[in-house]
Design a protein around this ligand. Structure first.
Ligand code: A2H
Length: 253
């Protein structure tokens, strides 16, 4: 665990199409506001490679008013933090519009800012922690071992997870090149460490650590506005660009 606060980028993923279960519950209670799932990431420079978004089927999420025009879907814990960080029009106050089970969000379609595939599906991830970030994780299987392991498991057991296989059909996208692992750092590490499931917590933690260090210190961008630049520089620039365009919010905890 880091000692200081973690500086996340809260990526705003606009709803493109609700799931049937979510539509009735949410549309009636948001007063016409545009709703965004907000994903907390420490790797904003990887957002080009989003293939889907993850929520936990066992977490309860809330929909919170940002102002008269927008609402954020995240955990109530994250909304409370955002309120004190000045994210909402009413500082220090949380205005919850409704709540919904994560399970009911599966299969909805959202907009993924900066992504090569701008529209992606929401899929289940059982290992999302309720007390970290926003409870929403955007999936970049090229560079996140957790995301890759979960996506492969969903593809193998689509029926068990009650998902339509087409929702998990987008393949990992090359975003960053590293000297040791090439353009598919996470898939290479998952194979190398013989990780078979998202529940292989120990090797996954090791793969995550290796992927993070290798990407940060030795990675070069393969796509986007900062193509050819070192990840260390692009990381800050992508974050600033997303914040300036209103596609993300700063989020710390
Ligand atoms: B990262 P840290 Cl490409 N539960 O974003 C589990 N994981 C969560 C979470 C939660 N509640 N909230 C956020 N996360 C994920 C991108 C990424 C991430 C890449 C590579 C590594 C990586 C795309 N997913 O994380 O424990 C989010 O996934 C490894 C550093 O606070 C977030 O950044 O260090 C990261 O874990 C935050 O984890």
């Amino acid at each position: 665990e880091a000692l200081g606060p973690q500086e996340y980028t809260g990526v705003k993923m606009a709803v493109v199409q609700w799931s049937e279960a979510a539509k009735t519950e949410i549309e009636s209670s948001v007063g016409g506001r545009k709703v965004y799932l907000v994903a907390a990431t420490l790797r904003p420079e990887t957002m080009y490679g989003q293939t889907n978004c993850f929520v936990s089927p066992s977490i309860k999420y809330g929909v919170f008013a940002v102002n008269e025009r927008e609402a954020f879907l995240c955990t109530s814990r994250a909304a409370r933090n955002m309120a004190f960080q000045g994210t909402f029009a009413t500082r220090g106050q949380v205005h919850q519009l409704t709540e919904i089970d994560g399970a009911k969000l599966i299969g909805m379609k959202i907009n993924a800012p900066f992504a090569v595939n701008p529209e992606v599906y929401v899929l289940p991830m059982d290992t999302i922690l309720p007390n970290k970030g926003t409870g929403v994780v955007t999936s970049v299987p090229s560079d996140s071992p957790d995301d890759y392991a979960t996506l492969m498991d969903l593809r193998k057991k689509a029926e068990f997870y009650k998902i339509d296989p087409s929702w998990a059909a987008i393949d990992p996208i090359p975003v960053i090149s590293t000297p040791t692992y090439g353009e598919m750092t996470a898939p290479v590490l998952v194979k190398k460490l013989k990780i078979n499931s998202p529940k292989d917590a120990k090797p996954l933690a090791e793969a995550k650590e290796i992927a993070y260090k290798e990407g940060f210190y030795n990675g070069t961008m393969l796509v986007g506005e900062f193509k050819g630049e070192p990840v260390q520089e692009a990381k800050i620039k992508v974050r600033e660009s997303m914040l300036a365009q209103g596609l993300a919010v700063a989020y710390a905890e």
